[in-house]
Design a protein around this ligand. Sequence first.
Ligand code: SF4
Length: 78
Amino acid sequence: METEPLKISKIEVDRDACIGAAPCVMVAPGVFKLDGENKAVVADAHGADVATILLAAQTCPVQAISLYDENGDRIYPV
Ligand code: SF4
C-alpha cells in the first residue's frame, strides 16, 4: 500500500523565538526570507518541496518554524 505524500498546509515562524540565524533561508530561499527586523517570514509556502521545507525547519537552531499538515496537525516539531 502506498502512503500519501506528506503535504504542508501551513508554515509558521515564531517571531519572538527567531534569532535571524537564517539557515532556513539558505536551505529554502524560495520559501523563507528575512524581513527588515532580521526575522524570518514566509515568502512563498509553496516555494520548495516538502522535504526541503522540513529540512529548513530542522536546521533552525531555535525551532522557530512549525509545520502543519492538511488536517491542521503539527508535523514539526513533533
Ligand atoms: S533558521 Fe530559525 S532563527 Fe534562523 S532565521 Fe530561520 S526561523 Fe529564524
